[in-house]
Design a protein. Structure first.
Length: 276
């Protein structure tokens, strides 16, 4: 493709989706200083920004409150899509499968389950550092018997914190124990269990259908395997330089690290009509 063709295509971008932790957020978990101004610039150019995260909807709404009327939110790794306060879709796990997931996690040494509903995240274990991480990352959280939550609430995601590291512990067991569900690493010591077809890629397809977007009109940024399907659904997929190495090999194109504000600079380049 010629430089002129690439330049034309970048002007066709109408939608940007970005993962947060390890991607848009800096290593301290904070938004870069110019984020809201950049989102405003994109909005004026007719480009819609979407925060695509494993975080809960409440946390995303709080984080992006200054630009709430100008962005889309993809929460719980694609189980929830929200726009201007309206929940456009919400994928939930069957109650019996939630119970099976809780039992499977409970059988693992060093693994702790968190049941995520659209309104609240529920934990039972009070082990550290799991409890502090839950309270820091999930604004709406409560302690409860997980068996009761599985029976009484609509659960969209089971988040699992693995003290021993998911690659060496939970990921060796849970995908085999729960073949009817999707089990994927989401970064650090966390992995997520969801309905088989609920992921950021299926959410991206829903968004494209809803907004009438073509694949080549979408750009996306990510850093871990829970971003892979979303990146595949976009014509301009990028990972950060600090991304999980297997994902970097699969995607090929990268921007600077999250400590260098690589995604923010790429968004600014798109707003200016240039390639990231």
């Amino acid at each position: 493709m010629s430089a002129a063709q690439e330049h034309f295509k970048i002007h066709m971008i109408r939608f940007i989706a970005s993962d947060l932790d390890g991607t848009l957020l800096d290593p301290n978990g904070d938004l870069p200083q110019e984020t809201f101004r950049t989102i405003e610039q994109l909005h004026r150019k007719g480009i819609l920004f979407c925060a695509a995260s494993g975080r809960q909807l409440t946390a995303l709404q709080q984080m992006f409150a200054p630009v709430a009327d100008k962005i889309m939110l993809m929460a719980e790794n694609g189980a929830i899509v929200s726009y201007k306060g309206d929940m456009l879709c919400c994928s939930t796990i069957a109650a019996e499968d939630v119970r099976r997931a809780v039992d499977a996690v409970g059988a693992l040494r060093g693994a702790h389950a968190l049941l995520c509903t659209p309104a609240c995240a529920y934990y039972q274990d009070e082990a550290q550092p799991f409890l502090d991480l839950v309270r820091a990352s999930y604004i709406s959280n409560a302690r409860a018997a997980l068996a009761d939550i599985a029976r009484e609430k609509k659960v969209c995601k089971v988040a699992v914190y693995d003290d021993l590291g998911p690659e060496y512990n939970a990921m060796q067991y849970l995908p085999k124990a729960l073949p009817q569900l999707r089990v994927i690493q989401s970064g650090g010591n966390w992995l997520d269990i969801s309905e088989k077809h609920a992921n950021k890629g299926s959410a991206m397809r829903f968004i494209r259908r809803t907004l009438g977007l073509k694949q080549e009109e979408c750009a996306a940024f990510g850093d871990h395997m829970n971003d892979y399907e979303m990146l595949q659904e976009c014509g301009f997929p990028y990972v950060t330089e600090n991304a999980y190495p297997p994902l970097k090999r699969l995607i090929g194109k990268s921007v600077g690290t999250n400590s260098e504000n690589g995604v923010l600079f790429a968004m600014q380049a798109i707003a200016a009509g240039a390639m990231p």
